[in-house]
Ligand binder design. Structure first.
Ligand code: PHE
Length: 495
């Protein structure tokens, strides 16, 4: 054991006490986020008599896409607000309170407030999610080897929270009433906020201050913040009172274009204008490659809450022992399998590493894409079974989610650490933002794809899944080929 490890706080399974605070806050946040998200498409597509909004599947898919894209897009300004204005600790608190309000607004059974609730949850999540992840890293001193396992424990909280959400909100939403499910998300998040307030002191100085350098002028940033908030507030309020409307499919498309341009412009800036040396430029090439792999992967993955969720609800036989389970219960498969398999994956990479057989990051990404493609291949058989017999067996979705989860474990943790390892240190925070942007673009793209191709219900599903399979295989192969030419070098970021 080295000096650093001995001298620091080891209260929680050998980790600092503050990790408990972050673990529980993230757990409740993900409980509310995924619990609500699991219900979203189902609620929007049910008929009015069933308490739903009676939307067509394409419209619901587009709204789901807009929502997912906005949540992760807002993580970028969310990181900025913490860095420049309030510090991560306070920004997480503001985010948590706004999320809670959002879920309670969604609990009101009134169509107009529905969109307001979604806006609040997106803004709150944008403030909370990136910053809580940063604070985890700051609990440890530079060079503390526990940081990786700290992040692994934190990843567990994400998955435990989402399981809880799918079960509790899913059951209440589907079996009792949609708005009860949304309300339960609000109650869960209330626990999260209270817990955070009471145990925030355990975080110590981690994420306490903003990260301004001496020559930066905070009042200028504050002015930018106020004006942007005022303009956005005005847009939301005028929309709420019906002064403007926009087609969901169009907004979905616009968002995807915008996010794509922002991400690409950022890469172009870094490559040509940021004064990087050749090694750093090589790394940027690699990160761009990973960015595309990540977008495609998560666009496939995000079908889990949308088209696959609809397939579960309408075309899957959900009866077990004579009881029809809520469709959202199937969403538990992913987080449950993450918790079960994650330790095996971690030791498998170490095992390979010791024998010098550890795949390169793009190879792991390619593997993730191929596994995701196999998952979709399986569900096409499920769709065929449903076309023949009205409903498909649960096994199709379970096997699909198994492959999706194996893919996630190849790609997601590796993507995060590659971002940290290969980014030039002065751009590391922003590159983390870019990692979230890939999820954002993916969610938008997922909505767009599903919305464009689900016009005629079940028979149109294989077409959608085939498109996704082809895209995943192409990107997987590109990653493997490009890996021969682009070699990245880990950068020493402790300086
Ligand atoms: N399950 C992960 C989470 O909720 C999915 C994710 C990965 C989200 C990467 C954003 C970015 O945190």
């Amino acid at each position: 054991m080295n000096e650093i490890t001995k001298s620091t706080d080891t209260y929680f399974v050998g980790h600092p006490k503050g990790l408990v605070t972050l673990f529980l806050t993230e757990m409740w946040e993900r409980m509310s986020y995924y619990g609500m998200r699991g219900l979203l498409v189902l609620f929007m597509t049910r008929e009015i008599v069933d308490g739903g909004m009676n939307m067509s599947a394409p419209e619901a898919m587009a709204i789901y896409g807009i929502y997912g894209a906005s949540v992760y897009f807002l993580c970028v300004p969310g990181g900025w607000v913490a860095d420049k204005l309030f510090g991560a600790q306070r920004t997480v608190l503001y985010g948590a309170i706004i999320i809670t309000l959002g879920h309670y607004v969604l609990a009101i059974p009134y169509d107009k407030t529905f969109f307001l609730g979604l806006v609040l949850v997106s803004i709150g999540t944008g403030l909370l999610k990136p910053n809580i992840s940063t604070i985890v890293g700051e609990l440890y001193k530079p060079g503390d080897l526990r940081i990786d396992s700290g992040y692994t424990i934190f990843y567990m909280s994400i998955n435990i929270g989402s399981m809880l959400g799918f079960l509790v909100c899913g059951y209440l939403g589907e079996k009792v009433g949609w708005h009860w499910g949304f309300g339960a998300a609000g109650v869960g998040m209330t626990f999260g906020v209270l817990q955070y307030i009471f145990t925030r002191k355990d975080l110590g100085n981690a994420g306490k201050e903003s990260k301004l350098s001496e020559n930066e002028d905070q009042t200028r940033y504050l002015t930018i913040f106020k004006w942007t908030s005022a303009v956005l507030g005005l847009i939301v309020i005028t929309g709420f009172f019906g002064f403007w409307t926009i087609e969901p499919a169009l907004l979905n498309q616009l968002l995807v274009n915008l996010i794509f341009i922002v991400a690409l412009a950022y890469f172009v800036y870094l490559f040509f204008f940021a004064g990087l040396n050749q090694t750093e430029k090589n790394n940027i090439k690699m990160l761009l490659l990973l960015f595309f792999g990540s977008v495609l992967f998560w666009a496939g993955f995000d079908q889990g809450g949308s088209s696959l969720n609809l397939f579960a609800k309408d075309y899957t036989d959900l009866f077990i022992f004579g009881w029809e389970m809520p469709a959202t219960f199937l969403q538990v498969a992913n987080p449950l399998m993450v918790v079960i398999f994650a330790p095996f994956f971690a030791s498998f990479w170490i095992y390979l590493g010791k024998r010098n057989l550890d795949p390169d990051t793009p190879q792991k990404f390619a593997l993730g894409c191929f596994l995701m493609a196999i998952g979709f291949f399986v569900i096409i058989f499920g769709v065929e079974a449903a076309l023949e017999n009205e409903k498909a067996g649960v096994r199709f979705l379970l096997i699909t989610y198994l492959f999706h989860t194996l893919g996630e474990l190849c790609l997601s943790p590796v993507g995060l650490s590659a971002t940290a390892k290969y980014s030039p240190s002065r751009y590391r925070g922003q590159m983390m933002g870019i990692w979230f942007l890939s999820s954002s673009l993916a969610a938008g793209l997922a909505g767009l794809l599903a919305s464009k191709s689900l016009e005629s219900g079940l028979p149109s599903m294989p077409g959608l899944f085939n498109q996704i399979i082809i895209a995943l295989v192409v990107v997987g192969i590109l990653l493997l080929v490009a890996n021969k030419f682009v070699k990245a070098t880990p950068l020493d970021n402790e300086k």
